[in-house]
Design a protein around this ligand. Structure first.
Ligand code: ADP
Ligand code: MG
Length: 474
């Protein structure tokens, strides 16, 4: 590299900096180096594939124009990844598909990207969607009373046009395990991307964390955020697994940025926003500010429908597989747990049928699925419900329970409610304290101990509490 070339490169960078501003310049071009000038081509390098693909798709023409202002005979800017410079670089044919987000990066003129033979995951790695199950489509989703609303909202989101105003943002779906959250979220992703109006990115919370953390390590946070901007619908599954203060802060920024920009956000979690204990209040309220829908446990009818649909699907591959209605009804009645166990039960019948050649009978089903039969899952009890029902029982208001009033007619119900919260939910003492008007966890502990001691001696109180528990679990 001659000094004149380096000087020209400095002037080009100066031009770029003026055009795009200091922030953008340092995020994207700060680590860009001049490698070589050769006739009509100039070769530049950047340290990561992500940077390369981002610059290619967003700033290709700009970079070329800045160079042309310096040297008019230049017609081509070639961008390479620095770490790869010393290795053998296998160039893809000119105009070949560029690496980028899910392969969707627009093509461009003027810069030919070189691509590593090993497969240039680039942004894919940092931001690429989590794998999708091809069976999780709307066609395969059976709608019943417990999931009508979630299904309707999901369909609406999937069909949304770029120009439509976003109706509810975020769409927040919560339910216990195996009730179809992931199925619905992936159906949105399949359908949305098939329609092609808005790009839908499906990420598990883990993937979001991983993507973000690795993005931070290899490029700037701004780069990651800019990449997210290309997305029309961001879908995040299992939000309850989002961990770590800085990830959560980033999640919060991303959420705000997307929502404020009118992008759709869809979230699934095993609990309502108010129970996401580790998230701070602002995020929780933002999450609760869209549409929050719960999928209730699958009713027996819905379970039967799901089983029927499953058998029909299985018969496409195994035409001899036949499950009599009485067997389906038996499974629907007894395997109450969740969609996953229904699937497990059918898989066993199928395996048995294939391996032994014996037809599926009720007797065989009873034997095969015995261990999947569980008593009805206890209902998920919510702290709000506890407060509501206790308040009603003792004729005080819910705000009395949360207040700092210390009169006996409020103190006892409050202690009972905290005790029930500890015994009927999985919430921690500090969380319960927070939900009872911001009390300290030692106060909650005191209440729990107090009631535990009392029920041993006070038969009336013990019965009252039993009755409250029954009401809550109905
Ligand atoms: P979650 O993410 O809520 O834990 P999944 O979406 O993974 O649950 O669902 C578990 C299984 O149950 C999947 O095989 C899914 O296809 C099936 N399932 C759940 N609900 C339905 C439904 N309404 N229709 C068809 N299959 C369902
Ligand atoms: Mg799931």
């Amino acid at each position: 590299m001659t000094t004149t070339e380096q000087e020209r490169w400095s002037r080009v960078k100066g031009r770029l900096r003026t055009e795009v501003g200091e922030d953008v310049f340092s995020s994207w071009f700060g680590r860009m180096d001049l490698e070589a000038m050769d006739g009509s081509t100039v070769r530049l390098s950047v340290p990561t594939r992500f940077l390369k693909s981002w610059i290619q798709s967003h700033y290709a023409e700009r970079v070329l124009a800045c160079w042309q202002a310096e040297e008019s005979k230049l017609t081509r800017v070639e961008l390479i990844v620095r770490s790869a410079v010393l290795r053998t670089i296998v160039a893809k044919p000119k105009g070949a598909e560029l690496d980028g987000m899910n392969g969707q990066m627009p093509r461009f003129n003027g810069i030919t990207g070189r691509v590593l033979a090993a497969g240039d995951a680039g942004m894919h790695e940092a931001l690429g969607g989590s794998p999708l199950d091809p069976r999780f489509t709307f066609e395969n989703f059976v709608v019943g009373r417990s999931n009508t609303l979630a299904h309707a909202a999901a369909k609406q989101v999937a069909a949304g046009k770029r120009t439509d105003p976003v109706m509810f943002n975020p769409l927040y779906i919560h339910a216990g395990v195996g009730l179809g959250k992931t199925h619905l979220l992936q159906a949105i992703t399949w359908t949305g991307n098939a329609i092609g109006e808005r790009k839908v990115l499906y990420l598990t919370a883990e993937k979001f964390m991983y993507g973000f953390v690795s993005a931070l390590r290899t490029q700037t946070a701004l780069a990651f955020k800019e990449a997210l901007r290309g997305i029309g619908v961001l879908v995040i599954d299992d939000l309850q697994f989002l961990q770590g203060k800085s990830t959560q802060a980033e999640f919060c920024h991303t959420l705000n940025a997307l929502i404020d920009a009118g992008r759709q956000v869809v979230i699934a979690s095993d609990r309502p926003p108010s129970d996401l204990e580790s998230l701070d209040d602002r995020v929780r309220s933002r999450l609760a500010g869209g549409l929050v829908v719960e999928i209730a446990p699958l009713g027996e009818e819905l379970r039967l429908e799901i089983l029927r649909a499953r058998v029909a699907a299985a018969r496409a591959h195994h035409p001899a597989f036949d499950v009599p209605l009485n067997v389906l009804t038996y499974i629907a009645k007894t395997v109450t747990h969740n969609g996953r166990d229904l699937e497990g039960a059918l898989n066993r019948l199928l395996a048995h049928n294939k391996l032994t050649g014996h037809p599926v009978t009720l007797e065989m089903a009873e034997r095969e699925v015995r261990d999947l039969i569980r008593p009805q899952e206890p209902k998920r009890v919510k702290i709000e419900d506890i407060q509501r029902i206790v308040a009603r029982q003792y004729n005080v208001s819910r705000s009395d329970l949360l207040s700092s009033r210390r009169t006996a007619n409020v103190v006892r119900p409050r202690q009972v409610a905290m005790y029930l919260a500890k015994t009927l939910t999985l919430r921690s003492l500090p969380e319960i304290g927070r939900r009872f008007g911001g009390r300290d966890h030692t106060t909650v502990l005191h209440a729990v101990r107090k009631i535990e001691n009392l029920v041993g001696n006070d038969l009336a109180l013990a019965e009252e509490i039993e009755s409250l528990k029954r009401q809550l679990q109905e």
